[in-house]
Design a protein around this ligand. Structure first.
Ligand SMILES: [Zn+2]
Length: 97
């Protein structure tokens, strides 16, 4: 049984409505994207397809065409494959890359 503790601040995603002062722009629609969901869990895989790191990040969406992107990653991975907590976090991952 893996117990999740409080997430340290450095692992949290940016939780802001801008990245570096500017929102991402949808090239097709020439429109600012909007934050769709904060603090989603995203799993990074190595080239062989093995899950290696879990991150917090933000999901952004174009209000016109609904194209979605993920950015605003926390400054460090919340868990890595060799850690005991990895399996517990992995169950709640929403997106993989
Ligand atoms: Zn668009």
């Amino acid at each position: 049984m893996v117990v999740k503790t409080q997430i340290p601040q450095q692992f949290k995603s940016m939780k802001s409505t801008s990245i570096g002062g500017r929102r991402p722009i949808c090239v097709d629609c020439k429109t600012e994207m909007i934050p769709e969901k904060n603090s989603i869990l995203v799993c990074q895989h190595n080239p062989a397809g093995k899950p290696i790191k879990i991150w917090y990040a933000d999901l952004w969406k174009c209000p016109m065409c609904e194209y979605e992107i993920i950015l605003g990653f926390g400054s460090g991975a919340i868990s890595e494959w060799y850690e005991d907590s990895f399996e517990g976090w992995f169950k709640d991952v929403e997106y993989h890359f």
